[in-house]
Design a protein around this ligand. Sequence first.
Ligand code: ZN
Length: 298
Amino acid sequence: MNDYIVRATAADDSIRLFAATTTNLVQSAHDAHNTSNVATAALGRLLTGGVIMGSMLKNETDVMTLQIECAGPIKGMTVTVGGEKDGCVNAKGYVINPNVEIPLKENGKLDVGGALGAGFLNVIKDMGLKEPFAGQTELVTGEIAEDLTYYFATSEQTPSAVALGVLMAPEGGQVLCAGGLIVQLLPFAPDDVIAKLEEKISTMEPITEMLKKGNTPEEILNILFSDMGLKINDSVNAAFKCDCSKEKVSKAIMSIDAKDLEEMIADAKPIEVNCHFCNTTYRFTPDELAILLKNKKI
Ligand SMILES: [Zn+2]
């Protein structure tokens, strides 16, 4: 099954709803970075929140970055997502310490909050304007969903409920299911709708339970909101995909000082450049570097 995000509304369009399945996306992130279970869960939740927020961007050229700086053993992570392009929202991302291992919580769940510890969430949206939008909020629990909820409330003044889940096989390496749900109240939502929504959110089953049973995003929305005038609008695919290429890395190398490039060439050894986001390594031989230096001089 492809990963995708369903966009819907309910209660006479006074609630915006987004539900996503992201199992393949999170598996791809794990495979790229060889992350431990708790690191996969942390990155997977941020990627899932990221692609849902990416599906809210207006233009395909918009770029949003979610960056977490934290004191816990994972040390931090970054997710960058673009606006919908050719029917797909692409995300890329990494954690600073992919090998973090910490004990499970008492309830047997991966301790994402413990891996993150105290810290900050930075949200940067570049929409081609003179200045990008930047918002910084403190981490509330480090469990990602609550942190994004707090971000929406304080930086975007949009009351929201966020649920994100990644279920890993205990032996590691395999994402059993992943997905998320974001519910947003629009300013004109009536009080009775707000009350009903709060009750639903506080009593809903964990998102991973619903995904584990094989429910699609459409089915999850139906289970939760069929009695609130649910209207499913459309869906958009989501993928873990980096936009790096040897050409782009070449351009970066050409921006290095000529003197430094000459030294690298004189070393007569190939150099390797690693893309943090997807962990792809690009190799340049001294001959290739010489061509880049020549092109730089032209
Ligand atoms: Zn890359």
